[in-house]
Ligand binder design. Structure first.
Ligand SMILES: Nc1ncnc2c1ncn2[C@@H]1O[C@H](COP(=O)(O)OP(=O)(O)OP(=O)(O)O)[C@@H](O)[C@H]1O
Ligand SMILES: [Mg+2]
Length: 280
């Protein structure tokens, strides 16, 4: 376990997450990735970038640009049509995780957790159980069936909920939470898997400004723990306020990869050109 993820361990779970200033380690290399859902359209077209520990990367681009597809291809929900996804473990050689299946894919999805705009919690289950469900891929089938979790898992779920200020709601049904609270639980459920990468597909799209701020701050804290965060956003302001890097996608291709401060009007025009022209 690396330093970053050790900070999320049970025994010394920090109340205030610590910022790590160590040089960033490469965790993933995306090479020549293409994705087509059908013969007519290449939704991702030759995507290349490296992801490092502790980065908070905003993915921007107009609707239909391929942002969600990119995240789904990264965590293996959708398979890349071609290209490589090289995962760099802390020890040992990199391995290509594109095209894996079965147990290897389940393990990769734990490494590369994901949260969604609509939270994807089980409404009738309580908050604590929803978080523990994140452990299912690492739990035996028998235990999963009867939702039997170890004391360690429970303690860790409680620590995460405490960090997210959600412990008072631990025994409440998920369906009775506000949107912002549901998203905080979803983050805990993803983190209980000890991911090295956390993907977030428009996690604040349905939230009010206060909850948006809470979730973006939480994601930034996660990245400061050394976990690489990639977040699809429609707000350039949020990208500038929270992200350390931004990748701009237009028609399935990366047209910008750099610091948010360098997102100038020319780049924005290129990213949103169709939407802007449709307004006139
Ligand atoms: N499962 C699918 N089957 C077929 N086509 C799909 C599928 N998912 C996405 N697409 C198509 O791929 C393209 C990119 O979709 P994607 O959802 O990745 O865009 P996006 O950038 O996330 O857009 P938005 O900002 O609206 O969420 C779109 O043309 C979409 O219709
Ligand atoms: Mg999308």
């Amino acid at each position: 376990m690396n330093n970053a993820r050790a900070l999320f361990s049970l025994n010394d779970y920090p109340v205030q997450p610590q910022i790590i200033h160590a040089p960033q380690r490469k965790v993933l290399s995306v090479k020549n990735v293409c994705k087509s859902y059908n013969a007519q359209q290449k939704v991702l077209n030759d995507i290349n970038f490296d992801l490092h520990a502790g980065e908070m990367v905003g993915i921007v681009g107009r609707s239909g640009a391929g942002k969600s597809t990119l995240l789904h291809v990264l965590n293996g929900t959708h398979t890349a049509t071609s290209g490589e996804l090289l995962s760099y473990p802390e020890v040992g050689l990199p391995r290509d995780v594109s095209g894996i299946s079965g147990r290897a894919l389940n393990e990769w999805r734990s490494e590369c957790g994901m949260i969604f705009q609509d939270f994807c919690l089980v409404p009738r289950l309580d908050v604590l159980t929803n978080v523990l469900l994140g452990r299912l891929s690492q739990t035996s089938t028998f235990k999963s069936l009867f939702k039997v979790f170890s004391d360690d898992d429970r303690a860790r779920a409680i620590a995460l909920l405490e960090w997210m200020n959600m412990l008072p709601h631990a025994l409440q049904r998920a369906e009775n939470l506000s949107g912002g609270q549901m998203q905080r639980v979803a983050i805990c459920r993803a983190l209980i898997q000890n991911p090295s990468i956390l993907l977030a597909d428009e996690p604040v799209a349905s939230l009010d400004p206060k909850n948006t701020q809470r979730i973006m701050t939480a994601l930034r804290e996660v990245s400061e723990q050394g976990i690489s965060v990639m977040v699809n956003l429609h707000s350039i302001e949020l990208v500038k306020n929270y992200c350390t890097r931004v990748i701009g996608i237009a028609q399935g291709q990366i047209v910008f990869d750099g610091h948010p401060d360098d997102l100038n009007p020319d780049v924005l025009q290129q990213l949103y050109v169709d939407e802007i022209s449709q307004l006139h």
